[in-house]
Design a protein around this ligand. Structure first.
Ligand code: C2E
Ligand code: CA
Ligand code: CA
Length: 430
């Protein structure tokens, strides 16, 4: 049979084996499947087909072969755990250059073309160019070498090298985590905790920040530092942010109703990629309308780094959000090493002084003078100011003395589930 003409993955010789029921029933087309299973004898990909995924082999072995223009078959070698197969298809739109067949039952971890394209777009453009050029040249050599001999012997060394590269780059771990995170978003493994913003004078709770956690089925509760960078690199953050937005605004509605305080606000963390979609602000408005929360009770937390990209797109989206009534809050303020002139160009309402300055301001003069500068800057420019990471009464007193009234930090409360947030409101307001 001509390669690429059979669209099923069944090998006619072993089809009966693969239906023996020895392995669990598996739907290779299910996008939420973390691992793809192929039984011994099944074709994973065929030369000439259009492909949109590459795979890391987790376990099992495959045979790689290609058909020469004269119809004869060329064995390219075998690959086992740790190897990557089908990687060319996720770099360019060319057809599969070889046929890959499972010779043992295989567990594969998928990298989709969409994910790879996004990762490449987020990386240094030189990386993308070099990757594409290497592939172009490899395809060219393959096409011109009519009389290449079987590779079988030569590939064992290549396989070893590939394995070492994969292990060193920790890519396998990242790909696995990305696949697991995709499932986490779809299957409700994410949840939010809420940390209050407190008026240090009156003790009143003014609002909450929504902080994301991942209830991992094996690793347990995971803090965002462990998965947000991966979610940002892979673009998976976009769906997670949309989920967090809806979830935290629903919580806000319930909290407002329970304590009868409609001025209570929710502050939500956003990443750069969230602003790539111009329809995003209006989508958020639709959700707010559905839930019954006013846009003015929503704060979008973004970092200085995001503004430093100087992208017109980000500016437009932020302006639209402000126009619709939402507030823009600059997170970790003071860590961006930037000129402050850019603050004029964006519709900023709030600056959050980074925790590191608050932590060090007693005892470290440069931190203290930075805190003072940020506070007087805010007063001059008409921004509200929030101190992050307040852990002691001494820090709270010092900040109050500097005329900073709103704080967030362990001294007042740690991030907590919605029920605890409700109890806190009842205690403070009741
Ligand atoms: P962040 O936005 O600066 O959030 C504040 C972090 O400091 C939180 O850590 C909070 O638990 C912690 N914190 C609050 N008060 C204190 C204090 O008094 N002392 C100390 N030592 N820490 C305090 P968390 O929840 O682990 O979040 C870490 C970071 O992950 C966040 O930093 C934010 O950058 C990111 N993140 C969290 N949730 C989301 C999300 O939904 N979307 C995005 N894009 N990023 C998120
Ligand atoms: Ca934040
Ligand atoms: Ca912060």
């Amino acid at each position: 049979m001509k390669p690429g003409t059979d669209k099923t993955n069944k090998d006619p010789e072993t089809e009966s084996n693969s239906q023996s029921g020895l392995l669990p029933v598996f739907d290779a087309a299910d996008p939420l499947q973390i691992e793809k299973l192929y039984r011994a004898g099944e074709y994973i990909m065929r030369q000439g087909d259009v492909g949109d995924s590459a795979y890391f082999i987790q376990s099992g072995r495959v045979l790689i072969s290609l058909t020469r223009p004269d119809g004869s078959e060329l064995l390219m070698g075998q690959r086992g755990a740790g190897s990557l197969i089908g990687e060319m298809a996720i770099v360019d739109d060319g057809p599969r250059s070889a046929t890959v067949k499972a010779i043992e039952d295989c567990r594969l971890l998928e990298i989709s073309k969409a994910d790879f394209t996004r990762a490449l777009r987020n990386s240094n453009p030189i990386v993308g160019l070099v990757t594409r050029l290497i592939l172009l040249r490899y395809r060219d050599v393959l096409q011109r070498s009519e009389n290449i001999k079987d590779f079988s012997a030569a590939t064992s060394m290549l396989e070893q090298l590939e394995k070492v590269h994969a292990e060193e780059s920790r890519v396998l771990e990242l790909v696995r985590m990305a696949n697991e995170f995709r499932v986490a978003v779809a299957r409700n493994q994410l949840f939010l905790e809420y940390q209050p913003f407190v008026n240090m004078e009156s003790g009143k709770v003014l609002g909450f920040e929504a902080l994301m956690r991942w209830q991992h089925p094996v690793k347990g509760k995971m803090r965002p530092d462990l998965f947000i960078p991966m979610a940002e690199d892979t673009g998976l953050i976009i769906d997670a942010t949309r989920w967090a937005f809806r979830e935290s605004c629903s919580t806000l509605k319930r909290l407002q109703q329970a304590c009868g305080d409609t001025s209570l606000f929710m502050s939500i963390n956003f990443s750069a990629l969230d602003f790539d979609d111009p329809a995003f602000p209006d989508e958020m408005m639709f959700i707010l309308h559905e839930i019954g929360v006013s846009a003015s009770n929503v704060h979008l937390e973004i970092t200085e780094r995001l503004l430093l990209r100087h992208s017109d797109q980000v500016r437009r989206v932020l302006l639209r959000c402000r126009e619709l009534g939402m507030h823009i809050s600059i997170d970790d303020f003071g860590t961006g090493y930037s000129s402050l002139s850019y603050l004029h160009q964006y519709p900023v309402s709030i600056l959050k002084i980074d925790q590191s300055f608050v932590r060090n301001m007693i005892g470290d003069d440069s931190s203290l003078s930075l805190v003072k500068t940020i506070i007087s800057l805010s007063q001059n420019m008409g921004f509200e100011i929030i101190a992050e990471g307040v852990e002691t009464i001494e820090q709270a007193r010092l900040l109050l003395g500097l005329r900073c009234h709103v704080a967030q930090g362990y001294y007042y409360a740690r991030p907590m589930p919605e029920e605890a947030a409700l109890m806190l409101l009842e205690k403070r307001h009741g």
